[in-house]
Structure formats: structure tokens, C-alpha cells
Write a protein that binds this ligand. Structure first.
Ligand code: UD1
Length: 426
């Protein structure tokens, strides 16, 4: 299995190209189910999760072609064509490996009148139920059966429509409901919907496919169902979490980096937190410049749905704040078990205490390299960030987590002068 070796100490300097957003891509791909015409997605990141989703779409009889950009380029273009759907079942084996597979439920149901998807189960960061996905569909008049580890959604005569108010904000449930609603017979209304930029990206693409959605970017969405949607060509938004991760990497090393293609307007909470930590942040028009002298101030941060501070940025900020001058307080309100990186950071010399959902990060003078591994994607990135400033070598294993969400991580870090290499181990 591969691992990444990080030799700390280099201040990152230069430009990092930011890839298309993984979380956006994972909801745009299943939209191919909503039309029998070709859907072309540009700026798709090259990631294991995207390959997995392509495979899932092929299982449904959907043809996919990937136009390879040159190997030295980032991103690629995929055309999906669901002329005929040969299966409406997402089996356990695929859903287990990739939680986001649940996002086929809404569009498959809308197109085929029935969809069967394995229940995804928990994951490293928490329970992650899908009850809200199902309740929203039920409110639209869909029949839901759960048996033998599978959920079956049925709307043989089409999805009637209805109104649903989410009790808590859910990105995935909002996405599933939106995709299903776009082909409903009537009107579907969602209150307290998620308003993450990835939801806006999904709405914009659905509109480009002929959907009618009011309230885009707000928590109240009104979707007037259409009889059919058509094909489209759409460019995936840039990855705000990837950009935020490299911003933390630049800041902890006292670097000066332009995150090319990143959009400041989609990252307010992250950029505000960086500024409060004493990091210089500037919208360059082509991206975001992040510069730091390495002197970081402690922060108090609580994760929240957008436009709040993203849970997907918590681990990377925690790594950065290990080197702050004082104690920071982080509170994780979205997932119950998202501090799995804490013991690993502590093994590198960090001083972090957790109590329930709160973590106190006491700034330290130095971190030291160590062999480490993490149980999820963003936690793995936090270890790389810590490694960039640690004395000596940090060996980060379980790279499959990083490969799920960071396109060619080591190459991007090398572009800005980091001493990072990927090595194969026996
Ligand atoms: C998405 C993102 C993930 C991010 C998360 C929160 C993708 C592929 N993943 O995950 O990177 O960390 O949003 O920003 O886009 N919940 C329920 N019942 C449900 C659904 C969710 O109780 O049916 C709870 C969850 O357990 C969690 C909270 O709601 O506590 C938010 O989860 P949600 O927004 O749904 O996260 P995902 O869509 O799974």
C-alpha cells in the first residue's frame, strides 16, 4: 500500500491549481439518470470516488465516456448517456464502499418510477442515517419500504409532489429531494434546505437541463416538476474544501500561495477564520492568495451548516492551530465522531484535549514527524498539514482516504516547494 512521506520545514510558495469539487461532482453525476440525452460534465476531479460513481452508473446501463485531458493537466470531462436504464438497484457492495451512492435514489426513482438502494450504514465520522432523505421523498408522495438492508422507493405513476421541512439541515437529503422533484408531476417545496455552494451548483445544472427551481441559494426551494429534462454541458464548481485545505497548509508553513480557480465568495467562513488567525487573504480575481509569516493566533470555531464554518474544514484548521500562539476551542456540531485525527496529531507532539464535541488545541512550539494514519479523508489531510511543519519525516499511510478527495495531492504540494513524496510499500 502506498504512503506519503512529508519532510517538514519548507514554506509553501507559488500557485496551486484547485480542482473541481468532489462533493458537487458526486451529486451532478447521478443527474444523468434524469434524462435520456447526453450530460457532459467538465472540470471533474480525477478521484477514486468519481471512478467509483462512474462504475455505479455503468451498472445501471448508463454509458460513460471520459475524454482524457493531457496527463499533466488536472481534471477531465465525462459524458454520461442514460438512453436506457437496465437496472434500478444499487447493491450493497458498491454503496458500502461509497456512501454518496445514496444520491442515486432520488433521480433513479424520478426516472424509472422505482429505485432500490442498499442502506449505507455508518462510517468513521458517525452514524450518518438517511431518514431525512426518505422523509422528504415520502412528503412528496413516494412510497418507501425498508427491508433486508435495502430501501425501495416507489412512485409508479410519477412523484405527486408536496412540502417538506427539514428538522436539521442535510446536504445529501436536500440533493436527493431536489433531483427527484425536478421530474415530479406537481410542485415540491423544501423548507430549511441546505444552501451549500454545492447545492447551488446542483440547482444551476438542473436548471440548465430544463428544471424549474425558485429560491436557489436560499433555504426555501420551490420546484415545479417537469415532464422531461434534457441534456446539458456543465462545468463543476471549484473545490472550496480542497482550496481551504491548501490555505491551511500555506498558513502553517508561513508560506505565500495563490489558490488558482478558488472562489472567495463561496468560502467566507473559512477565509474569515484564516484572517482572524492572522493570515493575509486576498481575492486575486483568478483565485485566492494566502500569505502568512507563520505567526498564528488561536481561534474559537464552531462547525455549522453553510454559511457557517464547514465541518469538512475542522480537521485541517485543527492541525494549523496546533502551531498557534495560545489555546483554540473547536466545537464539532455536525458529526458526533469527527476527532479521530486528535490522537494522531498528539503523537506528532500536538497538545489537544477533547471533551464530547469540543476540542481544546493548546498551541505548541514545534511538531515532530511520526508514522501516522487516519480513518477519514479530511483527517488524513490534517496529518499532511501537520507534517509540512513538523521536524523530520511524517509517514502518512492509508492513502486511499486522500485519493478519494484530493486530486494528485503530492504533485500539487510539490508545485509549491513542499518536500513530499508518494512511495509504494510491500
Ligand atoms: C455532505 C458532504 C460531507 C459534509 C457534510 C456536511 C457530500 C458527498 N458529503 O455529507 O462532506 O461533511 O455534507 O456538510 O457532499 N443526517 C440525519 N439524517 C439524514 C441525513 C443527515 O440525521 O437523513 C444528519 C447527519 O448525521 C449529520 C447532519 O445531518 O449529523 C448533516 O449531514 P448531511 O448534511 O446530510 O451530510 P452528507 O450529505 O452525508
Amino acid at each position: 500500500m502506498d504512503k506519503i512521506i512529508v519532510r517538514g520545514g519548507n514554506a509553501l510558495k507559488g500557485k496551486i491549481p484547485i480542482s473541481g469539487a468532489k462533493n458537487s461532482a458526486l451529486t451532478l453525476i447521478p443527474c444523468a439518470l434524469l434524462t435520456d440525452e447526453p450530460l457532459t460534465l467538465r472540470n471533474l476531479p480525477r478521484l477514486a470516488d468519481i471512478d467509483g460513481f462512474q462504475h455505479l452508473m455503468n451498472q445501471f446501463g448508463i454509458s460513460t465516456t471520459v475524454a482524457g485531458s493531457r496527463p499533466e493537466d488536472f481534471g477531465r470531462v465525462m459524458t454520461l448517456e442514460a438512453t436506457r436504464i437496465t437496472s434500478n438497484v444499487a447493491p450493497y457492495d458498491l454503496v458500502r464502499k461509497m456512501r454518496a451512492s445514496i444520491l442515486v435514489l432520488g433521480p433513479m426513482l424520478a426516472r424509472a418510477g422505482e429505485a432500490t438502494v442498499s442502506l449505507p450504514g455508518g462510517c468513521a465520522i458517525g452514524n450518518r442515517p438517511i431518514d431525512l432523505h426518505l422523509k422528504a421523498l415520502e412528503a412528496f408522495g413516494v412510497e418507501i419500504e425498508v427491508a433486508a438492508g435495502y430501501v425501495k422507493a416507489i412512485a409508479k405513476k410519477g412523484i405527486p409532489g408536496g412540502t417538506y421541512t427539514f428538522p436539521v439541515v442535510s446536504v445529501g437529503a436536500t440533493e436527493n429531494a431536489l433531483m427527484a422533484a425536478s421530474l415530479a408531476k406537481g410542485t415540491c417545496v423544501l423548507h430549511n434546505a441546505a444552501r451549500e455552494p454545492e447545492i447551488v451548483d446542483l440547482c444551476n445544472m438542473l436548471v440548465a437541463m430544463g428544471a424549474q427551481i425558485e429560491g436557489i441559494g436560499t433555504s426555501d426551494l420551490i420546484i415545479q416538476g417537469k415532464d422531461r429534462l434534457h441534456g446539458a454541458t456543465y462545468r463543476v464548481m471549484s473545490d472550496r474544501i480542497e482550496a481551504g485545505s491548501y490555505a491551511c497548509a500555506a498558513a502553517i508553513t508561513g508560506g505565500d500561495v495563490e489558490l488558482v480557480g478558488a472562489k472567495a465568495s463561496e468560502m467566507d467562513a473559512t477565509l474569515d477564520a484564516l484572517r482572524q488567525a492572522g493570515v493575509k487573504v486576498e481575492d486575486t480575481g483568478t483565485g485566492i492568495r494566502v500569505a502568512s509569516d507563520g505567526k498564528l493566533k488561536p481561534l474559537t470555531i464552531s462547525t455549522a451548516p453553510y454559511p457557517g464554518f464547514a465541518t469538512d474544514m475542522q480537521a485541517q484548521f485543527m492541525a494549523m492551530l496546533c502551531m498557534a500562539d495560545g489555546a483554540s476551542v473547536l466545537t464539532e456540531t455536525i458529526f458526533e465522531n469527527r476527532y479521530m485525527h486528535v490522537p494522531e496529531l498528539n503523537r506528532m507532539g500536538a497538545h489537544i484535549e477533547t471533551k464530547g464535541r469540543t476540542a481544546i488545541v493548546h498551541g505548541v512550539k514545534k511538531l515532530t514527524g511520526a508514522p501516522v494514519m487516519a480513518t477519514d479523508l479530511r483527517a488524513s489531510m490534517s496529518l499532511v498539514i501537520a507534517g509540512l511543519v513538523a521536524e523530520g519525516e511524517t509517514h502518512v499511510s492509508r492513502l486511499y482516504h486522500l485519493d478519494r478527495g484530493y486530486e494528485r495531492l503530492e504533485e500539487k504540494l510539490q508545485l509549491v516547494g513542499a518536500d513530499v513524496e508518494r512511495v509504494g510499500t510491500e
